[in-house]
Design a protein around this ligand. Structure first.
Ligand SMILES: NC(=O)c1ccc[n+]([C@@H]2O[C@H](COP(=O)([O-])OP(=O)(O)OC[C@H]3O[C@@H](n4cnc5c(N)ncnc54)[C@H](OP(=O)(O)O)[C@@H]3O)[C@@H](O)[C@H]2O)c1
Length: 331
């Protein structure tokens, strides 16, 4: 593929608001895989809010590492070339991979991925389903299994879980994974998605725009042992009265106030805790999630699918914050 050009979308400066939509369609060289890398012909990419938050400058000056930057990290595709150190994949294999946010490159026809964050995609799992799993699926998995301590084989002791924004990319996976464990799940979403979130297995669902929903009160009067907090803008004072004695709020969008509360709870030896979560992707967990989809134990809901030629519409859809499930771009 050396010397061949491909279609991609990139941005060359930070921008927010209307500027945040400005992705440029460009023709750039197809990347070449290095020793431990694989070149993929992409079949699907899923967008995550962090992609456009990086464009807005949220992680400035760390990310992006340089301009211009082709965003996109969660991909499914077919192996076209392998670097000399790649052992487990060959040309023609269908795979799912998580690209580092430091590198990006997913919003394109071709991308290079590292072998150590690549897994096989069986025919029962569509490219769109596979591409939905890396950030959203791994975040839901990490939050539930690590800080919340839920055993997904159902062997742990019973726990009451609250999942906020259960209709979103992370939330809709978190509800289903939580129900694999020994849990009672309360979930929040907008009125239009209540039946949808119940269909994922949530035991009770509350509309976040009602007073009871905004107060996060469990209709059955339960106190939460863990909250997988996928929404934003809810203060600790709203969570606190709803937590069990050692209840934990796992905040997957930690801002300065989360970090402050986290530190305060630590130094005062509070039993109730607020825990900021940053994703550390693990290939074994990605393999596990693909297997769950293959076995029909995890259903991936696609909000919308957009061709690469109109990828800016997918970008705008994610920025709107109204997605139900995952937003997919297809080259
Ligand atoms: N720490 C990490 O590594 C990590 C990883 C993944 C994601 N995240 C962060 O986690 C957050 C969620 O990500 P996502 O991909 O799931 O987002 P998403 O798919 O864009 O979430 C959209 C959904 O959230 C619902 N929603 C919005 N505000 C809500 C509220 N206050 N209560 C209940 N539901 C609400 C919306 O429902 P309506 O349309 O009805 O309002 C919509 O269905 C983002 O801030 C993202 O940046 C962090």
């Amino acid at each position: 593929m050396a010397g061949k050009l491909m279609h991609a979308l990139q941005y060359d400066k930070y921008g927010g608001g209307a500027d945040g939509l400005k992705l440029q369609h460009v023709e750039v060289p197809v990347p070449t895989p290095r020793k431990d890398e694989i070149l993929l012909k992409l079949e699907a990419l899923s967008i995550n809010p962090i992609d456009w938050k990086i464009q807005k400058g949220l992680l400035r000056p760390l990310l992006p590492r340089k301009f211009p930057h082709i965003p996109g990290t969660d991909v499914a595709g077919e192996v076209l070339e392998v670097g000399p150190g790649v052992k487990n994949f060959k040309v023609g294999d269908k795979v799912v991979a998580k690209i580092s946010h430091f590198v990006g490159g997913g919003l394109a026809e071709f991308a290079v991925v590292k072998e150590n964050l690549t897994v096989a995609r069986p025919p029962e799992v569509s490219a769109a389903e596979g591409a939905s799993l890396p950030v959203a699926g791994l975040t839901a998995h990490q939050a539930l299994t690590q800080p919340a301590g839920i055993k997904l084989d159902g062997s742990g002791k019973q726990a009451n879980i609250l999942i906020t924004a259960a209709s979103g990319g992370v939330g809709h996976i978190a509800v289903q994974l939580a129900k694999l464990g020994n849990t009672h799940v309360t979930a929040t979403c907008g009125a239009r998605n209540i039946e949808f979130v119940k269909s994922l297995g949530a035991d009770e669902v509350i509309d976040y725009r009602t007073p009871e929903g905004a107060a996060l009160k469990s209709p059955s009067g339960r106190k939460y042992d863990a909250v997988i907090h996928c929404a934003t803008g809810i203060p600790w004072s709203t969570f606190e009265p709803n937590l069990s004695e050692k209840g934990k709020v796992i905040d997957i969008t930690p801002g300065p106030s989360t970090l402050l509360t986290f530190a305060l709870k630590k130094v005062t030896f509070s039993k109730k805790q607020l825990i900021p979560l940053l994703l550390f992707p693990k290939v074994d967990n990605l393999e596990y999630l693909v297997k769950l989809v293959k076995e029909g134990k995890l259903k991936i809901v696609i909000d919308s699918q957009h061709p690469l030629s109109k990828a800016e519409e997918a970008w705008a859809r994610s920025i709107s914050g109204r997605a139900t499930g995952k937003i997919i771009v297809e080259p």
